[in-house]
Design a protein around this ligand. Structure first.
Ligand code: KG4
Ligand code: ZN
Length: 338
């Protein structure tokens, strides 16, 4: 039985995909947020190899947790509360973080809070802007997910729509892989698209059969592959930056079109952007512009807080604790892949 506590120090762990991360928070303020990316390990394959990801988490987790404690200047015995990503993500990867967190919580007899990875991505916007107004509309764009949420109040997430096939980040990663540009694709495409003309290649926003807020990116990916083949595009082709700029532009437009539609129907008072693709300059600019056109504030996390990190997991766990979620050490807490 975990005693009722007035908590101060929280340690959070995130291992849902290919970043091993641990963060220490002092009364909800991030004191350390250590992120070890596995990009180099997966780069030769052009995408995350699940078996390699979980093995690498196993190798790194102990070091990363210790590093986060050290950078925050606290000993593990000081930690009052543990938090960990439960899902969605790669099951083998999730289990490494979950098991490690359970072990620590059990040994030190402290509560453990399970956190949803997607809700944590949305929480990232609140880290630097705790006073985001409600109701808010939130667009989450990552390598595994593309979803639109309506947040009526804190900790309430109503899913309005999600992708029916590829996530936006996945689509960028696949195009980069096809062109042999490297992994992850989003940042490489952004770099190579700089200075390119987004008007040169014409793509249209995918039309869904059913009205609503679902996204689709697989048709766009097929259209892009056709253009690549027809124009013989490759790494050193003179039209590559125009192509990538045009492609980035259509991905951003497809995302923003749904946001525009939802602003009209749901009349939010604030807009939130989150997930790894939210690092993208074109998306950040487009999102900010859209918000301004609608007289709404736009909350976009700093780039480092957009991609997977344990800081966002800790921030959400702290909010749950403050809002009264019962604390316990549930050793049965399970990982969920989706
Ligand atoms: O949120 P995240 O770290 O992991 C998941 O939960 O999926 O997002 C990773 C995704 C990858 O698809 C990556 O290509 C994309 O975020 N990404 C970007 C940029 N940086 C990362 N996409 C576009 N532009 C960027 N600068
Ligand atoms: Zn993520």
């Amino acid at each position: 039985m975990v005693e009722k506590i007035e908590a101060r120090w929280l340690l959070a762990i995130e291992t849902s995909c290919d970043e091993t991360s641990a963060a220490v928070l002092d009364r909800g303020q991030i004191k350390s947020n250590v992120i070890l990316s596995q990009d180099e390990i997966h780069a030769p394959y052009g995408g995350v190899v699940p078996e390699l990801a979980s093995r690498q988490h196993l190798k790194s987790i102990d070091y990363i947790v210790n590093e986060s404690l050290e950078r925050a200047g606290v000993k593990v015995q000081t930690i009052d509360l543990y938090a960990v990503t439960q899902g969605p993500g790669l099951i083998g990867s999730l289990l490494v973080g979950l098991t490690f967190a359970k072990g620590l919580a059990y040994y030190f007899n402290r509560p453990l809070i399970g956190v949803d990875h997607l809700e944590a991505h949305l929480e990232a916007a609140f880290i630097e802007n705790p006073d985001v107004e409600f109701p808010a509309l939130a667009l989450l764009v990552s390598g595994g997910h593309t979803s639109l949420y309506f947040l009526e109040k804190p900790l309430s997430y109503r899913l309005l729509g999600k992708t029916r096939d590829d996530a936006a980040g996945e689509c960028l990663d696949k195009i980069a892989k096809f062109l042999d540009l490297g992994y992850p694709g989003g940042p490489v495409i952004e770099k190579l698209a700089r200075g390119g003309s987004s008007q040169r290649f014409h793509f249209s926003v995918p039309k869904m059969k059913k009205p609503g807020y679902d996204f689709s990116f697989s048709g766009l990916k097929t259209a892009a592959l056709k253009v690549i083949r027809e124009n013989g595009l490759k790494r050193d082709h003179p039209a590559l930056s125009d192509f990538l700029a045009s492609f980035e532009e259509i991905v951003v437009r497809s995302l923003l079109e749904k946001v525009t539609q939802a602003i009209i129907e749901f009349k939010p008072v604030a807009l939130i952007l989150g997930g790894g693709v939210a690092r993208n300059g074109r998306l950040r600019t487009g999102f900010t512009r859209l918000a301004a056109e609608n007289n709404l504030p736009a909350y976009i996390p700093s780039p480092r807080l957009c991609t997977d990190n344990a800081g966002m997991v800790g921030a959400l766990a702290w909010k749950k604790y403050r809002w009264g979620e019962p604390l316990r050490l549930d050793l049965g807490l399970d990982a969920y892949p989706r």
